[in-house]
Design a protein around this ligand. Structure first.
Ligand SMILES: C[S@@+](CC[C@H](N)C(=O)[O-])C[C@H]1O[C@@H](n2cnc3c(N)ncnc32)[C@H](O)[C@@H]1O
Length: 198
């Protein structure tokens, strides 16, 4: 299973944003929903070996989990994905950990901490421009988890939390790309390696 965690430093954790102006009203949730598309959807299908976590820190921290093996009706366009996030954020729960809202979609109160406790066994990697080239890295194909920043990058607190867990940052190339493109490049590398070992 592949898992991706995208940390939105300014992304709204409450549903009060306008679908017709997502970048301007949601603290750049548009970045996060594009990451969902990049990680979870490929041509005409959903990746059933992939789980995406979005961490929204623009407000009381909340996290969303979308499991490609279970989720249905996940559409590739930004507006539909934003509706999914908005409806999920409208559901308030005081239970601990992730609460399933519908098949494959779960929400939790809390930020990176709640995601880390949900992961269980995993090989974590932090995506960072200054890291080791992913093409030269010995990646775990079994249970990798990739942590990615938003338009502002990972903050110091997230880096400090992840540093002892991850072996060292991984780079997808010499240029700082958009978060969803960083995911696409990692996924492409994983797809190629898996195809080689088949
Ligand atoms: C737009 S970038 C953030 C840029 C931000 N100005 C910074 O300095 O962190 C968004 C995220 O994509 C990932 N990313 C972008 N380019 C990358 C690269 N070349 N290698 C690895 N990760 C990359 C990182 O996780 C980064 O936090």
């Amino acid at each position: 299973m592949r898992r991706f965690v995208v940390v939105g430093r300014t992304a709204r954790s409450t549903p009060e944003f306008k679908l017709q102006d997502l970048p301007g009203t949601s603290g750049r949730l548009d970045v996060l929903v594009r990451c969902v598309r990049a990680a979870l959807l490929c041509s005409h299908t959903i990746r059933d070996d992939t789980v995406v976590y979005l961490v929204m820190l623009g407000g009381p921290p909340r996290a969303l989990r979308i499991d490609g093996a279970l989720a249905q009706y996940v559409r590739p366009d930004e507006r539909n994905l934003a509706v999914l996030v908005q409806k999920s954020l409208a559901r308030v729960t005081d239970r601990e950990g992730f609460v399933e809202l519908r098949q494959g979609i779960a929400v939790a109160q809390g930020g990176l901490d709640v995601v880390l406790s949900d992961l269980g066994p995993a090989t974590p990697y932090v995506l960072d421009e200054g890291g080791l080239d992913v093409r030269d890295a010995a990646l775990s194909l079994a249970d990798p988890v990739f942590f990615c920043g938003d338009h502002l990058g990972l903050d110091d607190a997230a880096r400090a939390t992840l540093a002892p867990l991850a072996p060292g940052p991984l780079s997808v190339g010499p240029v700082s790309v958009h978060a969803e493109d960083a995911l696409t490049l990692v996924i492409n590398e994983l797809d190629r390696r898996r195809a080689k070992f088949r």
